[in-house]
Design a protein around this ligand. Structure first.
Ligand code: XIL
Length: 381
C-alpha cells in the first residue's frame, strides 16, 4: 500500500542530510496521519466533549494528527436508542459532521454488544422476555435505522462486539441466549442490507491469546462459509507494557489476513499501572477494588517508565507497519491521558498514562517513537 520506496527512505535521507549540516529536516512527517500515509489511517476515539465542541484542545489535536475517528460512546445502543421507539441522534449527527468536515475516515462502534444496551431491549412492554423472532425484529429495526441514517457517510462499522469468551467459545450473552449463535450472522446481514458499501467488522479484545484467537478464526471461517458479509476483524488493542508480545500481535494480524479479512487496531492504549492481580481484560464489567499500591504515579510518570512506554509503542507500530498490507486502520482509544477510560478501568480513580498526548495535550516521548517507527528499520538492518 505504501506509494514507493522513496516515501519511506526520504525521512532517513533528510535526517542524514541534517546531520551533515544540510539546511532542513522540514520534510520529515510531524503528524501521525502523514507518517503513516499510504500504510493505514490513524484514528482517535472521540468523547462527548470533543464531539460537542466543548473540548477545543482535544479537537485541535484530532484535526492536526488524525485522519480517522471512532465514537467512544455516542453510537452505542444506550446512547443512540435509549428507549423503545425513541432515538437520540444529537451527538452521533455531530460526530459524523465532524468527520465529514475534516475529510476523515469515519468508523462507528457498535451495533450489537451485551454492554451499554438497555434492559428494555430484551423485554416486551409487560416485562416478559422477547421471543427469538421478536428480538431479531428489534435488532433489525435498530441496525437498519442507525446504519441507514449514515449510509454512505460512515465507512465502517463494528457490527458485533465481544461475542467470544476467553476460551474461544461463544459468549452466553442475552443475544446468544434469546436468539442463538446465529444472532451474529443476522447482525451482519441486516447491516449489509442497510448499507451495502460499508465495511463490516467483528471486534473483540484478547484475540492475541491463542485460545480466544482460535475461537475467532473458527467464527470468521464459519461466517465466510455461510456467505455472511463480514469484511474485517478489529483487535481492540487494550495492551500493557509486556502483554501481548509483538510476536503475538504479528501472528494475530497475519491469521486474520490469511482468512481474507481486513484488520484494524480499534481501541489502542497501553496501561502502565499495576494490574491488580488479574489477567489483562477489557471486560467493562470488571471492577477491582481501589488501593493506593495500584496507583503509584499520581505525581507524574517516572522517566524510566515513560521511556519504556515509548519503546513499547515504537515496537508495536513496527509490527503494524510490517503488516501494513493487512492493517487498514490504527485507532487510539482517546486523545490525551486525561480523557482515557483507563483512568477508571479496571480500578476507578487512578492516574494512568496510556496514550500519546499528556494531560496538558503535549506529545509524549511515545508520540515521537510512533513517528520514528514509520520510517522503518535503518537500511541494512
Ligand atoms: C468504554 C468507554 O471508553 C467508556 O467511556 C465507557 O464507560 C465504557 O466503555 N471495549 C469496547 C469499548 O468495545 O466500547 C469500551 O469503551 C472499552 C472496552
Amino acid at each position: 500500500m505504501r506509494m514507493n520506496m522513496w516515501t519511506k527512505v526520504l525521512p532517513l535521507v533528510m535526517a542524514g542530510a541534517a546531520a551533515m549540516g544540510a539546511a532542513t529536516t522540514a520534510n520529515a512527517p510531524t503528524t501521525l496521519k502523514d507518517a503513516y500515509k499510504g500504510d493505514f489511517v490513524v484514528g482517535a476515539a472521540m468523547d462527548a466533549g470533543q464531539i460537542a465542541g466543548t473540548d477545543q484542545r482535544g479537537d485541535a489535536i484530532i484535526q492536526a494528527q488524525f485522519n480517522s475517528i471512532s465514537p467512544e460512546n455516542v453510537l452505542k445502543w444506550v446512547v443512540v436508542h435509549p428507549q423503545a421507539g425513541k432515538y437520540d441522534f444529537d451527538l452521533s449527527d455531530k460526530y459524523v459532521a465532524f468527520g465529514m468536515e475534516h475529510h476523515m475516515f469515519i468508523h462507528a462502534h457498535t451495533l450489537i454488544w451485551h454492554n451499554q444496551v438497555p434492559a428494555w431491549v430484551f423485554r416486551d412492554d409487560k416485562g416478559n422476555s422477547l421471543s427469538r423472532d421478536a428480538l431479531l425484529a428489534r435488532m433489525r429495526e435498530h441496525i437498519q435505522t442507525v446504519v441507514g441514517r449514515y449510509k454512505g457517510k460512515i465507512q465502517s462499522w463494528d457490527v458485533v462486539n465481544e461475542a467470544l469468551n476467553e476460551d474461544g467459545s461463544i459468549r452466553q450473552s442475552p443475544w446468544e441466549k434469546m436468539i442463538g449463535e446465529d444472532y451474529i450472522e443476522k447482525a451482519f446481514e441486516y447491516a449489509h442490507q442497510a448499507d451495502p458499501q460499508a465495511e463490516l467488522y467483528y471486534n473483540d479484545y484478547n484475540l492475541e491469546n491463542e485460545a480466544k484467537r482460535k475461537g475467532a478464526i473458527a467464527l470468521i471461517k464459519k461466517l465466510k462459509d455461510e456467505g455472511v458479509p463480514v469484511n474485517g476483524v478489529g483487535l481492540q488493542g487494550h495492551y500493557n507494557l509486556t502483554w501481548p508480545s509483538t510476536q503475538q500481535v504479528d501472528d494475530t494480524i497475519e491469521a486474520f489476513a490469511a482468512l481474507g479479512m481486513k484488520v484494524a487496531i480499534t481501541e489502542l492504549d497501553i496501561d502502565v499501572l499495576p494490574a491488580g492481580g488479574k489477567q489483562p481484560t477489557a471486560d467493562v464489567t470488571v471492577h477491582i477494588k481501589e488501593n493506593p499500591a495500584l496507583n503509584p504515579y499520581v505525581n507524574g510518570l517516572p522517566d524510566a517508565v515513560q521511556q519504556e512506554l515509548a519503546k513499547r509503542y515504537g515496537d508495536l507500530f513496527g509490527v503494524f507497519l510490517k503488516d501494513r498490507d493487512a492493517v487498514e486502520r490504527v485507532t487510539f482509544w482517546g486523545v490525551t491521558d486525561a480523557d482515557s477510560w483507563k483512568n477508571d478501568f479496571p480500578v476507578t480513580g487512578r492516574t494512568n498514562y496510556p496514550l500519546l498526548f499528556d494531560r496538558s495535550g503535549q506529545p509524549k516521548p511515545a508520540f515521537e517513537a510512533v513517528l520514528k517507527a514509520a520510517t522503518g528499520p535503518a537500511p541494512g538492518k
